[in-house]
Design a protein around this ligand. Structure first.
Ligand code: APR
Length: 250
């Protein structure tokens, strides 16, 4: 039996699906993954050195400029065929949840889904000092094409600097978000692990947790990222091709 046929067999017995997604699914919308080299204004920067509270303390304008630029890239992008296929699974009657490491809103824009953002989201910033969420005016959200440095706006309550509401390196995932994800992962029948390199913890443990809870795990990735468990299937290819292909074979 080929992998697609095995995937279909697992799906025929399944009700609850979790799509655990990473940067690879947004790559099909034209957004570079974390391992792709950056271009243009950000060519000489390493994102892993910008995504820390230390970097924000040392150079808030650079870190704020970086996130505002990425927010704009995502605003211009459209959900990919992979994002849209996930929505089709729920339209077909599966109980679908998305647990994503991505901080973009492409899943939400693909359709009405339950989306758990493990690493936060760029939808709203929060205050670096008092941690309260804040809104951005259109003027504050605008970026200049040729400028990387942008002073972060101030918190309307305490005048602290606003930062993106995302989980930076060396920060812990919010416990309520992790618990919500765990409840979904441990009770699903099939977990799709889509477009993630599986190197950033604790999210990287999610496929192994699903396997230990009795689920079938279907990886969708352009590289082989399987863990060698008999209940795993590896679909090698772009998410935008493989997910619609699986759907059309159901
Ligand atoms: N379709 C499917 N998979 C793809 C595609 C595609 N079109 N393009 C790339 N990939 C795969 C790559 O092979 C790789 O395994 O997507 C993965 C992207 O890996 P990362 O860039 O490491 O993204 P992710 O796993 O989401 O990173 C996790 O790391 O930097 C932190 O907080 C950040 O949430 C991020 C976390």
């Amino acid at each position: 039996m080929n992998t697609i046929a095995e995937g279909i067999q697992a799906l025929k017995k399944a009700k609850r699906l979790v799509f655990f997604t990473g940067a690879g699914i947004s790559a099909d919308s034209g957004i570079p993954t974390y391992r792709d080299p950056l271009k243009g204004l950000w060519k000489k920067h390493d994102p892993s050195l910008l995504e820390t509270s230390k970097a924000f303390r040392e150079n808030p304008a650079l870190v704020w400029g970086w996130y505002l630029w990425r927010r704009e890239q995502w605003g211009l992008a459209q959900p990919s065929c992979g994002h849209l296929a996930i929505n089709r699974f729920s339209e077909m009657g599966f109980d679908v949840s998305v647990v994503t490491q991505n901080i973009d809103d492409l899943h939400e824009r693909a359709g009405p889904q339950q989306v758990v953002h493990l690493h936060g989201s760029l939808a709203k910033p929060k205050c670096f000092a008092c941690h309260r969420p804040a809104d951005l005016s259109a003027k504050q959200a605008a970026i200049a094409d040729d400028a990387a440095l942008l002073e972060p706006p101030r918190c309307p309550r305490c005048n602290g600097k606003l930062r993106p509401d995302v989980v930076w390196f060396e920060e812990k995932l919010p416990i309520d978000i992790w618990k919500k994800a765990m409840a979904l992962v441990k009770s699903c029948d099939v977990l799709f692990s889509v477009g993630t390199s599986g190197i950033v913890m604790p999210a990287a443990d999610i496929p192994a947790i699903a396997l230990a809870s009795g689920a079938t795990v279907i990886h969708v990735n352009i590289a082989d990222v399987s863990l060698g468990n008999p209940n795993e299937l590896m679909l090698i290819g772009r998410a935008a091709d493989m997910l619609p292909h699986l759907l059309s074979s159901l």
